[in-house]
Design a protein around this ligand. Structure first.
Ligand code: HEM
Length: 486
């Protein structure tokens, strides 16, 4: 039986729908899904692209056919900058990916990596102290959150000894990587035009990777000169990976811990590529969620009141929030969940098919790019009552969505994806988001600057690798606690 392709807009010879490239954002694809349905097809040059925009279609690709839909698409730029996909995020599904995933989940991102959790705690403490010295002044919340998350991830990855100069140098390397990830390369769509490089991207790629090589090689050498055990309290992520390298180099793989053999073959390039995954995975998304949550609460003062009331009841007004308090902050968790529904930091999950397959009666060819529009799904009117409204109470025990979590078990809420390729950084990421928000909202009352009314707050978003607020949130803190910050 010959199956049809999913529906989609008509294209032109050779370029297909490439004239619609500006529509490839969560909002543009959402508009197209209203015309063509929950699964539709675009042809971008020689590339088949399939978009999924409903919870049921997401279940089809992430659960029913997950073995076929678990590869990642990689552009020319991504392949080059990840040392030919030597990382976790862009490796195709298979034995290498499984090894890297195990390494990240067990050895770099688990609760046993105490340095990362201490980095979250210590950096939030110093951020709150900094805010306390600016009472009554306008604060750019985006800048505050980005500086916070960068410091958290830098220390988690490279250790407390990383200097301000190194942080600056690495920030510029990451920024150039970000710009290159977003750059358009015709060879990604029409392979026989791969040689064309009219924007000079190839030269920039070489320069960017050289800068990363020089930077991380130096950091690796410094770590090699001062080896630490992987379970030392100050062991960072580079230490964690070097332990495996040392074991492999020394020919001792598998002799003690049994599972080390599986990591044999890790190279410096793997370390560099995984560090970049952690930098990109961690920093933007955490900062995004904190900024969006603050914006939603300033826009909805009655919700702000409920969160702050809970904080006062659970903690009192004489101290800041500790990790052990988080389990008792239920309303704060509903607020974060609702923010993740309306503003998922990664609005489009990018997957690729490993084989030809059939979904919902349609034919999806091998190596199709699959975009799962998590932003659309979170606002799907058949899945959510008052889908566009900020209503955290829907997740309370008596609310209509009480049983829904964001860990990938419910296909109407997928901020971290679901299944094999779902986010391995959830515990660390959610800890950072909860502790930062709890402390910012408990320590201070917040108002909008210059008499701005909540209804005047701009809630538009921008599209890139993540979907931050288009306009930075600016707010004014007022002291709320009887606590000597300074
Ligand atoms: C708290 C905010 C975070 C959000 C909303 C988030 C979201 C996501 C999403 C949507 C994916 C892709 C899932 C898919 O394709 O199905 C992902 C993958 C990934 N995330 Fe996160 N993430 C967060 C925090 C982190 C942190 C803190 C780290 C590490 C420090 C991290 C590292 C990764 C990595 C390495 C992958 C690729 C996994 C793979 O391909 O197997 N993320 N994340």
């Amino acid at each position: 039986r010959k199956l049809p392709s999913p529906p989609g807009p008509p294209g032109l010879p050779i370029i297909g729908n490439m004239f619609m490239m500006d529509q490839l954002t969560h909002r543009g694809l959402d508009r197209l899904s209203k015309i063509y349905g929950g699964i539709f097809h675009l042809r971008l040059g020689f590339l088949n692209a399939v978009t999924v925009s409903t919870p049921e279609m997401a279940r089809q690709v992430l659960q029913v056919h997950d073995n076929i839909f678990s590869n990642r698409p990689a552009t020319i730029t991504i392949s080059y900058l990840t040392y030919d996909r030597s990382d976790l995020a862009f490796a195709n599904y298979g034995p290498f990916w499984r090894q890297m995933r195990k390494l990240c989940v067990l050895k770099l991102l688990s609760r046993r990596c105490t340095n990362s959790w201490a980095s979250v705690h210590d950096n939030i403490e110093s951020t709150v102290k900094r805010v306390a010295t600016n009472i009554g002044s306008s604060i750019d919340i985006r800048e505050l959150c980005c500086n916070l998350t960068k410091s958290i991830i830098f220390r988690a990855a490279f250790g407390a000894q990383i200097s301000i100069e190194d942080q600056g140098e690495f920030t510029s390397i990451i920024e150039e990587f970000s710009r290159l990830f977003g750059a358009f390369h015709i060879g990604d769509f029409i392979p026989w035009l791969k040689w064309m490089d009219y924007q000079g991207i190839n030269k920039r790629l070489k320069r960017a990777r050289l800068a990363l090589d020089q930077f991380i090689d130096r950091i690796i050498d410094e770590h090699l000169a001062n080896p630490k055990k992987v379970d030392a309290p100050n062991a960072d992520m580079v230490d964690g990976m070097l332990v495996f390298l040392r074991e492999v180099d020394g020919g001792k793989a598998a002799s003690k811990t049994g599972d080390l053999q599986e990591f044999a073959g890790i190279t410096r390039n793997n370390i560099k590529a995984v560090i970049m995954d952690i930098m990109f995975g961690g920093t933007g998304s955490i900062a995004n969620i904190i900024e969006w949550t603050m914006a939603e609460l300033l826009k909805n003062p009655e919700e702000m009141k409920l969160v702050q009331q809970e904080l006062a009841e659970v903690i009192g007004l004489d101290r800041t929030v500790k990790e052990s308090d988080l389990d008792n902050l239920f309303y704060l968790k509903y607020v974060i969940k609702e923010t993740l529904r309306l503003h998922p930091p990664t609005p489009l999950l990018l997957h690729e098919t490993a084989e030809n397959c059939e979904v919902a009666g349609y034919f999806i060819p091998k190596q199709s790019r699959v975009m799962i529009n998590v932003w659309s799904i979170g606002r799907d009117k058949s899945a959510w009552a008052d889908a566009d409204c900020f209503k955290p109470g829907r997740f309370a025990p008596d609310g209509e969505s009480a049983n829904i979590d964001f860990k990938g078990n419910f296909f109407e809420l997928l901020p971290f994806g679901s299944g094999r390729r779902s986010c391995p950084g959830i515990p660390l990421g959610i800890y950072a988001v909860e502790l930062a928000l709890a402390n910012l909202l408990h320590s201070f009352d917040w108002t909008l600057p210059d008499g701005m009314k909540p209804s005047e707050l701009d809630m538009g978003d921008a599209f890139g690798l993540t979907a931050p607020k288009a306009v930075h949130l600016v707010a004014v803190p007022l002291m709320r606690l009887n606590y000597p910050f300074v």
